[in-house]
Design a binder for this molecule. Structure first.
Ligand code: NAP
Length: 312
């Protein structure tokens, strides 16, 4: 029979790692199940300026590496596996993964969110062939070339600024005539000579031959369609998509209360099932940031500990 853990944490972004740190430090037997590698979405962030006490030049990967090491230090086990089913309602929770099945007295769901898609023809086909959702991963491929960025939120504008370090020119394509991003981020982008804007516009289609070589942009005010092609000297360009995120909660929504997929908890991270907690970006909440994910994880672990004490 598999070991019965005090806490199984699903997901190893800042919420899961912070929950692991607090659970491990409380001497609970703790397992973190991570899909590929620790980190979650924040791994794709080149620079984190707003994590309190963060070091200058801090990136998603460096921060996550230290968070994971800190959890490891307190005896937390971490496994790479993919959860395929969960049974959360009993006193003993069953987490079925591709490689193993795990048993737990409490579960903390911290599976985060994944990038939303534009949903236009060609997007899937050219993902990895010129369409990217991660500037940190792919910006170096576009040194001296032109890139387009879809979106107008914090992610789109911050990543456009980052891309401008590599690319010759960055054009932000936004569906309205005002950015959603924080004013401080907007100011930096407006001052950046490499960054241009295409307002009131959406991408209707992505085309190419092996690699992307055309995007069709629609002006929402006039309905006019414009075909954007690479400079003949370049031969290719990049399209980076940052149009929000989708919660990764498909496995849980039949058992846990949610709104449009985001899990509903009370302020202490309790879901509708006793012994099951949620933390980080998968929660219905106002601010999705590393600092709030880490705080959620800490609260969830402390509450899991309380639940276990009450069960004894
Ligand atoms: P977001 O704030 O939801 O912005 C999404 C952007 O994409 C919006 O500008 C939206 O347009 C646009 N959009 C959505 N669907 C679209 C579609 N189908 N076609 C074209 N455009 C579309 O998402 P985010 O920028 O990814 O940020 C997510 C969360 O993380 C936010 O809470 C954000 O504050 C936070 N974040 C913070 C930082 C930071 O503070 N350093 C960095 C990154 C992310 P509209 O504006 O017209 O709705």
């Amino acid at each position: 029979m598999e070991k019965l853990y005090d806490v199984v944490i699903i997901g190893s972004g800042p919420a899961g790692l912070s929950a692991g740190l607090y659970a491990g430090r409380a001497l609970l037997s703790t397992l973190i199940i991570e899909k590929e590698k620790a980190g979650g979405q924040i791994m794709q962030t080149a620079e984190i300026e707003n994590y309190p006490g963060g070091m200058e030049g801090e990136s998603g990967p460096t921060l996550v590496q230290r968070m994971a090491a800190q959890a490891d230090h307190f005896g937390v086990e971490r496994v790479k596996d993919v959860v395929t089913a969960v049974e959360l309602s009993g006193a003993e929770k069953i987490i079925t993964c591709q490689k193993e099945t795990y048993r737990a007295k409490t579960v903390i769901v911290a599976t985060g969110a994944s990038p939303a898609k534009l949903g236009c023809p060609g997007e899937e086909e050219y993902t990895g062939r010129g369409v990217s959702y991660c500037a940190t991963c792919d910006a170096p491929f576009y040194g001296g070339l032109e890139v387009f960025v879809a979106g107008g939120g914090d992610a789109a504008v911050e990543e456009a600024i980052y891309l401008s370090r590599f690319a010759r020119k960055v054009t932000i394509i936004h569906r309205r005539d005002q950015l959603r991003a924080a004013k401080s981020i907007q100011e930096k982008a407006f001052k950046n000579e490499k960054i241009d804007f295409l307002w009131n516009s959406t991408i209707e289609e992505i085309k190419g031959e092996g690699l992307i070589n055309e995007i069709v942009v629609k002006n929402l005010k006039t309905g006019e369609l414009t075909s954007m092609k690479p400079d003949p000297n370049d031969g290719l360009f990049g399209l980076f998509v940052f149009v929000g995120y989708k919660p990764q909660t498909e496995l849980f929504t039949d058992q846990l209360d949610n709104e449009r997929g985001y899990l509903v908890t009370d302020e202490n991270m309790h879901t509708n099932i006793p012994g099951v907690f949620a933390a980080g970006d998968i929660r219905k909440k106002v601010l999705r940031q590393v600092v709030t994910a880490a705080a959620d994880g800490a609260i969830a672990a402390v509450e899991a500990n309380k639940y276990l004490e009450e069960m004894e």
